[in-house]
Each structure stands twice: as C-alpha cells, then as structure tokens.
Ligand binder design. Structure first.
Ligand SMILES: [Zn+2]
Length: 54
C-alpha cells in the first residue's frame, strides 16, 4: 500500500497506487480544504513528496 498524509490536517490516505492517492487527495482537498484552493497539480506534488510504502 501507498500512504500519504494531508499536510493541512494530518489525515492519512491509503491506496494501491500513487494515482489513486492523488484522486483521494483531490477529493479531500475539495471537501476539507476548499478554502486553500489547491489545484490538481499541487495535490500531485504533495503526494509525490510525501507518499511512502506501507
Ligand atoms: Zn486535510
């Protein structure tokens, strides 16, 4: 599993691939952090920097 942590609230995401983590992150950003206006590329970057194997 690949695991990433939301830098804003610490919520953990788990998925089989980084692509799925990005999809979860985009959804989470819209639901929980709409005020931060994160675009898809920023979410991708966060996942690329913070995702790890578990
Ligand atoms: Zn969050």
């Amino acid at each position: 599993m690949r695991v990433a942590t939301c830098p804003a609230c610490g919520k953990q995401f788990k998925a089989a691939t980084d692509d799925e983590l990005v999809q979860q992150g985009i959804q989470h950003a819209k639901e929980a952090h709409a005020d931060q206006n994160l675009n898809d590329d920023q979410v991708k970057q966060i996942v690329a920097q913070s995702a790890r194997d578990e």
